[in-house]
Design a protein around this ligand. Structure first.
Ligand SMILES: [Zn+2]
Length: 138
């Protein structure tokens, strides 16, 4: 994990539903809830299945690899992002299926494209916490 994030962030608000998820991020592992009844991966983190309403859900580690499903280049940031434009806001589709909203970091925003292979990276969020973002591979 880098010591300084590419883009600003704040420490997450943990809940009993998301604690394992945040523990994974802090350890550099992307953990997603998975339904024990229907097998679906669930995004965002929660302890019930939106597909079959089961409450039998456990966290499982995913690859952290995916492709850019869609993105936009933010050319004017506001608030804490004001001095960081241009930057990329994107949907990344994981190899395992779920689509996550995120930022693409470590790349020239003009070089980003739909279908580009990306890998998760974890950036420090303060208080020992981390959040995921994605960076192009290859
Ligand atoms: Zn289910």
């Amino acid at each position: 994990m880098s010591t300084e994030p590419f883009l600003p962030t704040r420490p997450p608000r943990r809940t009993h539903e998301t604690a394992q998820y945040w523990d994974g991020c802090a350890e550099g592992r992307l953990l997603l809830p998975k339904c024990n009844d229907c097998g679906e991966l669930i995004w965002y983190p929660r302890l019930f299945c939106p597909f079959c309403a089961s409450t039998s859900v456990d966290y499982t580690e995913v690859s952290g690899r995916g492709t850019i499903y869609s993105f936009t280049i933010m050319r004017r940031g506001s608030g804490p992002f004001r001095d960081h434009a241009p930057y990329v806001f994107a949907y990344v589709e994981l190899e395992e299926g779920p689509r996550l909203t995120t930022n693409i970091v470590g790349a020239d925003p003009e070089s980003v494209f739909v279908g580009q292979a990306v890998q998760v990276v974890f950036e420090p969020a303060g208080d020992g916490e981390a959040i995921f973002r994605f960076t192009p591979i290859g």
